[in-house]
Design a protein around this ligand. Structure first.
Ligand code: ADP
Length: 768
């Protein structure tokens, strides 16, 4: 066989061992040429080699210097156009030369002497031991290999037998084939088998663990089902179990921190362990319900686009330019600095001027959810921070209630009426509220009921109030106050036309093709059917009007057009509720219009005084506060002191009792600003000289007759105008506030600014 020339079959995915067979299918012309050549020789020999670089076959440099002598045992054409051969490996051979001829490689081969030594025996037994171990772990190998072990006569053969069976990849197998020394081959095989054994052990372990887990959970499931079936049989099926399952399921889906989760878990365990007759059961159930429904870790993402925020504010709210721009500034700074310490926004103004709806629009424009609570009238701090769980009927405070309703941990949270909280023995809700609003502490807000800390630091709180003065002082400090004021009739008209009416039409399924209100009709609703600073009542009247129109349409089954003018209003809204000009037809002695700032905005406050024989005593009625009573005394003293210069007969003052009354007696009134009106009413009485009823005045008076600045000018003037006032006396110091007065009113009203009472006296009584 020495220097025999044989066809070369280069294989790069399978290996043939001596005493072993391979089957291959081929269609490649290169393989075909060499196999055909070999098949045509007498003994059908060829040499199988494995290219060194398995990607590259047809290159002499990549062909190795050892190969396996093979013999073709069978060759047949199979239907798919390929040829199948079975080749038996015979022994390792040395390849001394490759050459390319007739489109395939041929090689000169020579015998290889396989070394053997004394040590072979030791390695033989080592290899056998490893094999035993291996078979133990991979029993599926055993039969095939054991049946062939009998034929093995040397370490060399044993190595090849094991090498051919071992389920390793091509490269490893290639290495077994190409390693000539049996001892060396045995070493590699032992190492590989040990590795395989480890791998098999690991595989086994994982399998058994998984199996065990499945078994245990199946066992538990099975037992639970059985228990349930037994209970069902006994009619004892208890919703508590289903509930526990539900609670656990809900907990698994709950987004919350570790501490909260542990707390809920332990409460569920308590619940589970408790007898179904225990009175505490319901309490724990309620607690779990709260804990599992709080949005511990749910946040919406803010719209960062301030232009969009501005657009939404503009589209939902007419005018209020100053207010909107301050809101935008506030949001811009908040966004820009991400400052958690920024103050809380507080919208202050009379009812119905859009405080709440602005806050809702802010939420909408930022893409946040909303929560809204009112703290008006509360006097118990538990309302804010909840009752302890031990308290019968305990529930969380309003803050947590609001958060739960909002469903996120960063809603816009509207707190209404922060000026209407009261303080008493139950505690001071304002200071609890302070904790809620304080960015230094509110990331760890602790409701007494919930017990676990809830992070309120991402909440955008917006407070609302009617009067700045009544906001608890400690809170006021924390607030960024933005004032909203009353609307004039004309502003209300615009709001109605652009916002309220289109919205109401839509809500009633109407269109402007079916119903149209002209401006006079809208103004008439404003004047005769509402009395308010804002537009809430107006909104209601419009809704009521549309309701009636819809009803009429449906009853009369006519889809007609309803143009609504002022004259049509009575038919829909009934008789006028308010008279526009409140002032009487006649001017009367001892009656003067003061001006008030009430919850409805501004209004006139007619002051009546009268006298009857007595001892110069002062009688005051009309639910007056302390300051107002003092104001009456000051006026009276001032007149007594200056009776001479006002040409008042001082006997009148000492021989009569004087009664000052403020109508709408049940409505509480206070403040010093009626001073000059009280004084004027008294002067009018004592001088028997009427003051025109379209005149009004507001200003504090001192004992020396100086006139001091007052607040709420805009509201008072709007209210007075509504009531038909055309001349108003005001403190000189208020001249600066004239800017606040809408232009159309300035055109219709004469303002007289006065510094001392003498100025008023001169103008009203001077010539009399
Ligand atoms: P407040 O909270 O100040 O008492 P609301 O926010 O409840 O008042 O407002 C009452 C109604 O008046 C709301 O329907 C609101 O949309 C509407 N409204 C108030 N001001 C405006 C305005 N400037 N533009 C449009 N609608 C307004």
């Amino acid at each position: 066989m020495n220097n025999q020339k044989l066809a070369v079959l280069a294989l790069n995915d399978v290996v043939v061992f001596p005493n072993n067979e391979i089957r291959i299918e081929y269609d490649d012309s290169f393989e075909k040429a060499s196999i055909d050549y070999a098949d045509n020789t007498d003994d059908k020999y060829l040499v199988i080699v494995h290219p060194i670089d398995s990607n590259y076959v047809v290159d002499v440099t990549s062909l190795p210097s050892y190969g396996i002598l093979g013999q073709i045992k069978l060759k047949l054409n199979v239907p798919n156009g390929k040829t199948r051969v079975v080749i038996e490996g015979i022994k390792r051979v040395h390849v001394s030369n490759y050459f390319y001829q007739n489109h395939f490689y041929q090689a000169d081969i020579s015998e290889v002497v396989i070394p053997s030594s004394e040590e072979d025996k030791n390695y033989y037994s080592l290899l056998m031991k490893s094999l035993d171990k291996y078979i133990e772990k991979a029993p599926y190998m055993s039969n095939a290999i054991i049946s062939q072990l009998d034929t093995v006569e040397s370490l060399n053969e044993l190595c090849d037998l094991i090498g051919s069976f071992l389920p390793v990849d091509y490269n490893k197998k290639k290495k077994y084939v190409m390693t000539i020394s049996p001892i060396e081959r045995a070493r590699i095989l032992i190492e590989d088998m040990n590795e395989e054994i480890k791998f098999l052990e690991l595989e086994r372990k994982i399998e058994s663990e998984v199996e065990q887990e499945i078994e245990e959970s199946q066992k538990e499931y099975f037992l639970r089902e059985k228990l349930r079936a037994i209970k069902r049989e006994l009619g004892d099926i208890n919703s508590k179990e289903d509930e526990i399952e539900n609670l656990k399921k809900r907990l698994s889906k709950l987004k919350c921190n570790y501490k909260v989760r542990e707390k809920i878990k332990s409460e569920i365990s308590r619940y589970e362990a408790m007898s179904s007759h225990s009175p505490e059961l319901g309490m724990i159930r309620d607690y779990l319900d709260w804990m599992l429904h709080l949005p511990w870790n749910i946040y919406t993402k803010d719209t960062k686009d301030l232009v969009k925020v501005e657009q939404i504010l503009n589209s939902t709210h007419y005018a209020l330019e100053e207010v909107k721009s301050r809101i935008l500034e506030y949001l811009a700074v908040k966004q820009n600095t991400n400052n958690l310490r920024s103050p809380i926004l507080c919208l202050v103004g009379p009812p119905g001027v859009g405080k709440t709806s602005l806050a809702l629009s802010i939420a909408e424009s930022l893409g946040r959810k909303t929560a809204k609570i009112s703290v008006g009238g509360i006097n118990d701090e538990a309302e804010i921070v909840g009752h302890r769980r031990t308290y019968v009927g305990a529930i969380p405070g309003r803050i947590i209630q609001g958060i739960r309703k909002a469903g996120t941990a960063n809603p816009v949270f509207i707190i209404d009426e922060i000026d209407k909280m009261t303080k008493d023995i139950k505690g001071d809700p304002a200071s609890s509220l302070l904790e809620v609003l304080d960015p230094e502490q509110n990331d760890k807000f602790s409701d007494h009921y919930i017990e676990e800390e809830f992070d309120l630091s991402k909440v955008l709180f917006i407070a609302t109030a009617n009067y700045i003065e009544q906001i608890p002082y400690e809170l006021r400090d924390r607030l960024e106050i933005i004032e909203l004021t009353s609307y004039t009739e004309y502003e209300k008209l615009d709001i109605a036309k652009n916002h309220l009416i289109p919205r109401a039409l839509e809500e009633h399924g109407l269109t402007s093709l079916q119903v149209q209100l002209d401006d006079d009709a809208i103004l008439a609703i404003i004047r005769y059917y509402t009395k308010e600073a804002g537009v809430r009542e107006l909104d209601r009247r419009i809704a009521s009007l549309f309701r009636k129109i819809v009803k009429k349409m449906l009853l009369e089954k006519e889809q007609v057009f309803y143009p609504i003018g002022e004259k049509d209003l009575e038919a829909f809204l009934g008789k006028k509720k308010f008279s526009y000009e409140k002032t009487g037809k006649k001017s009367e002695v001892g009656v003067v219009n003061g001006m008030a700032y009430t919850a409805f905005g501004g209004d006139i406050l007619p002051i009546e005084v009268t006298m009857f024989p007595g001892k110069g005593e002062l009688i005051l009625t009309g639910s007056l506060g302390d300051v107002m009573q003092e104001s009456c005394q000051i006026s009276f003293s001032y007149i007594k002191a200056n009776a001479g210069s006002f040409s008042i007969d001082s006997n009148l003052l000492s021989e009569n009792d004087i009664h000052i009354h403020f109508p709408e007696g049940a409505v509480a009134k206070d403040g010093p600003s009626a001073g000059i009106a009280i004084t004027t009413a008294l002067v009018s009485l004592f001088k028997n000289h009427a003051v025109a009823n379209n005149v009004a005045m507001t200003g504090e008076i001192t004992l020396r007759g100086r006139i001091l600045e007052i607040g709420g000018l805009r509201e008072k003037v709007i209210g007075a105008h509504r009531a038909g006032i055309r001349k108003i006396f005001l403190p000189r110091e208020n001249r600066k506030d004239l800017d606040e007065i809408p232009e159309e009113l300035k055109k219709q009203i004469t303002f007289v600014f006065v510094e001392k009472y003498g100025d008023i006296y001169q103008r009203l009584f001077g010539r009399g």
